[in-house]
Ligand binder design. Structure first.
Ligand code: GYE
Length: 305
């Protein structure tokens, strides 16, 4: 009796698993923090991590996933660059019996059995939060907005645009003059802001940036144009990385909406549960908040990315 008891306890001990992670790129501060969280959490959890970077190229990301399938990893996780084009490779993963976890970005596929769980944020709500602050903050007449969008066709860009416009639809004196494709990077965000300033100049009241890297680029472009970011032109940004906190405390950024990149621990827990045959939730939405300039001061020392 005792012998069997010891044996069965042995049987359920966690054996280490192999997780293949196809990271979308290295486009932003969020992404750097996200990658670090995944690497640290794998070590912590005793998970063997195969991490490959797709350099913001969907074809490359698909190839990396194919490689993981060949290597017969236990679980695949990835941050899908865009919402479409995943059916074929995810069908191959399913046929190989490898469960797939979506990290920080969702995909648009008819067959939801092609992925097991999404761990990330509610982007539409992030967009609403950005707009709610604006419509409450600004009471004056027509407010003209420039939007810097994240990677075209990515779930965060789509969701943040949708949520922002949903609130604006209830407040007709807020108008988006033009939306530019900033691809979530500092460099393109800055370039697009320069174009906007050349086109609209002092007619711009607000910039809505889908992430901090583009917002910091816009701040630089506004200063080089000779205007004051944070006062002549107010700026709202999403992610709440350290760069945003610094800009909030120097008065160059007006409002920051958090998007949590520290998904590593949840990804590892879900991967281990999957291998142990446990059911895991289809969606795990991370808790997030917002920050005004006043709140940034005391918060910044608690931030670690
Ligand atoms: O907001 C941005 C990153 O997928 C939620 O991608 C993520 C977004 C994040 O490049 O900084």
């Amino acid at each position: 009796e005792k012998e069997v008891a010891v044996h069965s306890h042995e049987g359920v001990k966690d054996h280490s698993i192999t997780l293949g992670f196809a990271q979308v790129g290295n486009e932003s501060e969020f992404r750097a923090a996200n990658t670090q969280s995944i690497v640290e959490a794998a070590k912590e959890a005793g998970v063997e991590l195969l991490l490959k970077n797709a350099d913001n190229d969907q074809e490359k990301q698909i190839e990396i996933i194919r490689e993981f399938i060949k290597q017969k990893v236990d679980v695949i996780a990835f941050s899908p660059k865009v919402e479409h084009g995943w059916e074929e490779v995810l069908r191959e993963a399913k046929e190989a019996g490898i469960p797939v976890i979506l990290s920080d970005r969702e995909i648009n596929v008819k067959d939801s059995s092609l992925w097991t769980s999404f761990i990330g944020s509610d982007f539409v709500e992030e967009g609403r939060r950005a707009a709610r602050w604006l419509v409450n903050e600004e009471a004056s007449e027509g407010v003209h907005i420039i939007e810097l969008e994240g990677t075209r066709n990515s779930a965060p860009a789509e969701g943040r645009k949708q949520g922002f416009e949903e609130i604006l639809a209830e407040n007709p004196n807020f108008k988006i003059l033009e939306s530019y494709q900033g691809d979530f990077t500092h460099e393109i965000g800055k370039k697009m802001m320069k174009n906007a300033l050349d086109q609209y100049g002092k007619d711009i009241d607000v910039v809505y940036a889908h992430n901090d890297d583009m917002a910091i680029g816009a701040i630089e472009a506004i200063e080089e144009f000779g205007l004051q970011p944070g006062s002549d032109i107010r700026i709202i940004s999403i992610d709440a990385t350290k760069k945003a906190f610094r800009a909030l405390s120097t008065g160059k950024l007006n409002f920051s909406v958090e998007c949590n990149p520290l998904l590593g621990p949840q990804i590892m827990k879900s991967a281990k549960d999957l291998v142990l045959g446990k059911e895991i939730p289809m969606k795990i939405i991370t808790a997030e908040r917002t920050f005004t300039q006043e709140e940034a001061g005391k918060e910044i020392k608690k931030r670690n990315y």
